[in-house]
Design a protein around this ligand. Structure first.
Ligand code: SF4
Length: 370
């Protein structure tokens, strides 16, 4: 598995030398450090590192984020979204998933770690305090892996500790790593949720380069559970061109052999999908991959998906298997339309808000009304 140890170069601005996150990266040692006087010098340093053949996943660029660090998940037109809130803590990822939409950003070089995240956290605490009756789910794993550098940045521990003061806040740290040891001894965990994206061993080997094995992910989930965390799982993307999810069902059984079902807060299901232009990009980045050779069809949001009946068969089999173990987690679909929801769950959600209400009410009943 790739870790901070596989990083070769760290690039940062001189003015950020005393920033706590920068200091912790520099203290790791064993890496080439490039300190730049200004943005112009930093850009030149990035170009020179690139030309020396250092790959994008071996260079960390530490910088302040200038945009909106806190936003609503953009979702997709015509599909039901869970109205999740996102915190941008970085951009790009150590791992190398064939299906990752970050492959769209072919020209973006380096693992960009934002170093001013703390400044923005106050906005969360204010919002959550002012709306105590609203259940919030906020996560950091949209444009990067939440935990790949977390033992160095300390962002997870800071978020968990501060979020523990707010019962209505479920902070989710989502990963394909086993990098959680540094989080186990935190005293007050509140409703922090450590979450793993899961796939079958075959698909992890084929499509999730550099990430932790299924065993390692589930061992970590068991350790997190044992340490008192809520946990969650994301089967996204489910890769099956014919709706056969037998190997995924084995993964579901494996989960519940390892962890206490009552501590699983949610499980998401999402079949593989891609946007226009993606096929061409991944053919270039991963020549020989066969992920996009299946027949897929454009939906109302322009994304290509398996046929509806294939997706419904896959989701129904997964849901039935999960329910045979437990009713504790809220199980939901990622980026699916109301008709798929109806066929799988027998519910009528007309909008993302309907689904969000059901999600919040489930979490409140299960984890807050004690
Ligand atoms: S772990 Fe997530 S962010 Fe990282 S490459 Fe894979 S899909 Fe992309």
């Amino acid at each position: 598995m790739r870790t901070i140890d596989t990083v070769k170069v760290i690039i940062h601005l001189q003015e950020d030398r005393d920033n706590p996150i920068v200091r912790r990266f520099l203290e790791r040692g064993g890496k080439e450090i490039i300190e730049c006087r200004d943005d112009h010098e930093l850009e030149a340093a990035v170009e020179s590192v690139k030309h020396r053949g250092i790959s994008s996943k071996e260079a960390v660029i530490l910088k302040k984020f200038q945009g909106r660090i806190f936003q609503k998940c953009p979702g997709s037109p015509g599909v039901i979204c869970c109205n999740y809130l996102l915190l941008n803590i970085g951009f790009n990822c150590l791992y190398n998933c064939t299906y990752c939409y970050l492959n769209y950003y072919l020209n973006s070089y380096g693992l960009i770690q934002f170093i001013n995240t703390e400044t923005f956290f106050q906005d969360i605490w204010d919002m959550v305090r002012e709306n105590r009756n609203t259940v919030y789910r906020i996560g950091t794993g949209e444009y990067t892996d939440s935990l790949m550098f977390d033992d160095v940045t300390g962002i997870g521990a800071s978020l968990i500790t501060r979020a523990a003061r707010h019962r209505n806040l479920f902070i989710e740290l989502k990963t394909k790593s086993d990098n959680i040891r540094h989080l186990l001894d935190i005293g007050e965990k509140g409703n922090a949720v450590l979450a793993w994206s899961l796939n079958t061993t075959r698909n992890i080997d084929l499509y999730e380069g550099g990430s932790a094995s299924l065993e390692k992910r589930l061992e970590s989930a068991a350790a997190a559970c044992g340490a008192g965390y809520l946990i969650a799982f994301h089967f996204d993307p489910i890769i099956t061109s014919d709706g056969n999810v037998e190997e995924y069902l084995e993964v579901v059984d494996y989960i519940f052999k390892k962890v206490d079902p009552e501590r699983v807060a949610w499980i998401s299901l999402g079949c593989f999908r891609y946007s226009h232009g993606f096929k061409e990009i991944i053919r270039e980045v991963f020549p020989g991959q066969n992920l996009t050779t299946a027949e897929m069809f454009p939906g109302p949001d322009g994304k290509f998906r398996y046929l509806k009946k294939t997706r419904v068969a896959a989701y129904t089999a997964m849901l039935d298997r999960i329910r045979s173990h437990t009713h504790a987690p809220f199980v939901y679909l990622c980026m699916e339309n109301e008709f798929v929801w109806r066929d799988v769950f027998k519910v009528e959600y007309r909008s993302s808000e309907d689904m969000e209400r059901a999600f919040s009410s489930h979490l409140a009943k299960k984890f807050l009304d004690e």
